[in-house]
Design a protein around this ligand. Sequence first.
Ligand SMILES: *[C@@H]1O[C@H](CO)[C@@H](O)[C@H](O)[C@H]1NC(C)=O
Ligand SMILES: *[C@@H]1O[C@H](CO)[C@@H](O)[C@H](O)[C@H]1NC(C)=O
Ligand SMILES: *[C@@H]1O[C@H](CO)[C@@H](O)[C@H](O)[C@H]1NC(C)=O
Ligand SMILES: *[C@@H]1O[C@H](CO)[C@@H](O)[C@H](O)[C@H]1NC(C)=O
Ligand SMILES: *[C@@H]1O[C@H](CO)[C@@H](O)[C@H](O)[C@H]1NC(C)=O
Ligand SMILES: *[C@@H]1O[C@H](CO)[C@@H](O)[C@H](O)[C@H]1NC(C)=O
Ligand SMILES: *[C@@H]1O[C@H](CO)[C@@H](O)[C@H](O)[C@H]1NC(C)=O
Ligand SMILES: *[C@@H]1O[C@H](CO)[C@@H](O)[C@H](O)[C@H]1NC(C)=O
Ligand SMILES: *[C@@H]1O[C@H](CO)[C@@H](O)[C@H](O)[C@H]1NC(C)=O
Length: 887
Amino acid sequence: MLLLPVLLSLRLPTVGAAQQKCPGYAARNIRQTTNGLAADLHLAGTACNIYGTDLPSLTLTVEYQSATRLHVVIQDQNRTVYQVPESVLPRPNATDPATAATTQLQFNYTTNPFSFAVSRPNGEVLFNTSGSPMVFESQYLRLRTSLPNHPNLYGLGEHSDHFRLNTSNYTRTFWSRDAYGIPQGTNLYGNHPVYVDHRGKNGTHGILFLNSNGMDIKINDTAGQYLEYNTLGGVFDFYFLAGPSPIEVSQQISEVVGKPAMMAYWTFGFHQCRYGYRDVYQVAEVVYNYSQANIPLETMWTDIDYMDARKVFTLDPQRFPLHKMRELVSYLHAHQQHYIVMVDPAVAYQNYSAFNNGKNLDIFMKDADGSIFQGVVWPGVTAFPDWFHPDTQKYWNDEFGSFFNPDTGLDISALWIDMNEAANFCNYPCSDPSGYAAENGFPPKPPPVRNGPAVTLEGFPADFQPPTNAKRQASPRASMLGLPGRKLINPPYTIRNAAGGLSNKTLGTDLVHYNGLVEYDTHNLYGTMMSSASRQALLHRRPGERPLVITRSTFLGAGAHVGHWTGDNVASWEQYEISMTDMLNFASIFQVPMVGSDVCGFSQNTTETLCARWMMLGAFQSFYRNHNELGNIGQEAYRWPMVAEASRRAIDIRYRTLDYLYTAFYTQTQTGKPLMNPMLYIYPEDPKTFSIDAQYFYGDSLLVSPVIEENKTAVDIYLPDDIFYDWNAGFAPVRGNASLVTLSDVNFTTIPLHVRGGSIMPLRIESASTTTELRKKGFHILIAPGLDGKANGSLYLDDGLMIKQPQTSLINFAFNNGTFTMSGHYGYPANVSIERISLCNIGSAPQRVTITGQPNSTFIYDKDTRVVAVDTMISLTQNATVQLPAS
Ligand SMILES: *[C@@H]1O[C@H](CO)[C@@H](O)[C@H](O)[C@H]1NC(C)=O
Ligand SMILES: *[C@@H]1O[C@H](CO)[C@@H](O)[C@H](O)[C@H]1NC(C)=O
Ligand SMILES: *[C@@H]1O[C@H](CO)[C@@H](O)[C@H](O)[C@H]1NC(C)=O
Ligand SMILES: *[C@@H]1O[C@H](CO)[C@@H](O)[C@H](O)[C@H]1NC(C)=O
Ligand SMILES: *[C@@H]1O[C@H](CO)[C@@H](O)[C@H](O)[C@H]1NC(C)=O
Ligand SMILES: *[C@@H]1O[C@H](CO)[C@@H](O)[C@H](O)[C@H]1NC(C)=O
Ligand SMILES: *[C@@H]1O[C@H](CO)[C@@H](O)[C@H](O)[C@H]1NC(C)=O
Ligand SMILES: *[C@@H]1O[C@H](CO)[C@@H](O)[C@H](O)[C@H]1NC(C)=O
Ligand SMILES: *[C@@H]1O[C@H](CO)[C@@H](O)[C@H](O)[C@H]1NC(C)=O
């Protein structure tokens, strides 16, 4: 392709003094390559050495990987500088390289000082570094792009700030941190340095920075609007993604970070957890109480309480004895329910098998003197697995294989992993870990032992009945290994880590991994490496089944292995609201579609109304779990009649729409099309959608608009210029006109939901107490015609469990001018049929409804809601056409 050097004559904004001093680079030896160009970059003047040593020689490579993806890498000539290992994040290949005629992204540069710009064929500049010289030092990289005024930027998480990012005096810090309370404006658990730049009618693009070093990304508008990368190491490795729609940007991100892993059907059921269940009897009581309250409970969870003095891979022999735990799990399985527990990476530094096995395999992180690095986590002094060690996977598989052995151990269905930033309670340098643990009370004291549940649990094994005379007991070096000679603990440039120094509350950044990489470079990968190792360990234990692993810390690409919960949030109305955008960041931008917040809030006491509202909002997260912290009031859904009723109603809707969610999830695993959609993804040309935080689409058809203020039973919601159907009013049509609509009388057991015109939603005809029972229910097809009278939807069916699916169905539904058609691929033997079709927005009662082969179909027309509901029996194994009234 033709790639001529084009000299840019761009206006240089005022540059700050510190930046002026740096000479930048000059490009030489510019040459075309098969799919792009390459050049050598040489320091263009005297080194400024502001935060390290300027590298004298770099190389630039530009590859037009596809019409919509441009890859730009600026790296050291020697390839000594650390880069994110391919073993952690495999890079996409240029499967369909672009030509000058097909590329949607053009790369232009100036040679001296070197700068580059990426623009669309129509001249719209997306990225332009000419305003400030590039800095590439041993411990500091800086690159600034100018942006149009008031840009609409999204992503750059994990964060709990507004969905549309602040663009004035704003810093986003990337450094995994145990971020209790998920405070705004700080670095949290995960790191996804990718942003979406939405320019309305001018299109949307994405920019992914593949770098795992600690960094501050600064967005500011005082000297012209810019975004600036300030990174403690690594190389400049950018993927430019052309969109041009927001959904296409998300799909293009998935081509770089990997398509998300498919999850089992049951994992979308409702989960209950808390920190502070005192013993196995209390866990059983919760299961029992849910069933008594008639609230569907799919999965029961246990936090670190189950461990013996908080040691991973152990059970508290008195409060959570193995034989009782096995009975509990058998009971759950017999009732089509599941059990999940937490595992932390930190292994107690004590004489017990999990530690001894790790020590024998020599897989723990080491100090410089070769001794095992010691930190402090829940059990006291701990060691930390080195996920780069070649034997760590075997270690993890073996520990899982024995502790979670279905025949002799704890037969979990899935896994929850925590504290993997990695969290360490002890601040750097943590010179006296055992003293620190003793002073700060690790492990915490467990509650008194009981020998039976507080109440009689009918239906539970006899062992779960209170004993007649319960006796109380007393309490008990390769390539890209990183430049040598760096200051790994206190680098010259300081990022805004809310924990202070880089090594504070985590592993020392000077620790060296087995393969020679240092923690300074790889800290942000620890959680994601534990995630993939844990996924492998679950697969090893139960080959072929889709594993569910829910992790706290993530990096680019995490969704290909695991799901995420948004960590230790607060039971507050603010965090209830932010839970929506937290989820959207992960599901819609970072390609981690299995995600949700702790429903009702983790830290602090929840309230009845907050918990009622959150149980309903949480029903529209992909991952739906109520979780609570030790010491807070109980918040299981049955605790208040109002919350119980809100939960029953929300779970009823969630379960009836579960196949719609499952289909959307499956679609994302195949195409990257997000299962959750911020409003601007569906209405990208409507500027009023760009800043919306508190409404979103569950799938692409169901608009969720919760009440967000305490004690209010009203909410102002935005409806774009389109037609919607009110779920809570029998699908009566509502014409949106691009303005706010006040919904009043939204009581505490109702969440406003609107079906977007143009959608066909496959619903189950009724809900069930478990997802296993739900799969036996027939379907109800809801047709919600758009303003043009047309509608579309799809349904994916498989066995719900296995990775490899020999027989699946992917059915497309279409409605046009009164004709409903089903077409597609029918492999899965669904033993259920479509039992009802509802068509919205019909002006008057139809004369008849004709279904081929079913001449006398009965139907009901409701003149208030304008909905026609037809009873039918249509097989899900072949194409079908149904004549309905025209909309
Ligand atoms: C790169 O390699 C050259 C040649 O081996 C050597 O002179 C130079 O010091 C190296 N530079 C760095 C930064 O390692
Ligand atoms: C890219 O191609 C290389 C070489 O053929 C291969 O090893 C690698 O797995 C491919 N990467 C992906 C993500 O497919
Ligand atoms: C970039 O280069 C192309 C030719 O390669 C040119 O048509 C275009 O105008 C340039 N864009 C900018 C912003 O200079
Ligand atoms: C934004 O610019 C102002 C004025 O130069 C400066 O005081 C502030 O620190 C900058 N903010 C960030 C996040 O860089
Ligand atoms: C920029 O933000 C910082 C930190 O939040 C604050 O201390 C400072 O006053 C702000 N500066 C301006 C110019 O707004
Ligand atoms: C879209 O492009 C036009 C013409 O270049 C420009 O005036 C307008 O500001 C752009 N809008 C956005 C949101 O960038
Ligand atoms: C580590 O964190 C503690 C507590 O937040 C703080 O007092 C200390 O200054 C930090 N240490 C470093 C080196 O930043
Ligand atoms: C939570 O409620 C309990 C019981 O009323 C009370 O003891 C505790 O202090 C409350 N916690 C907070 C953080 O307010
Ligand atoms: C909501 O009502 C409760 C109970 O009356 C009251 O304590 C609380 O302050 C109210 N909250 C707001 C934000 O008005």
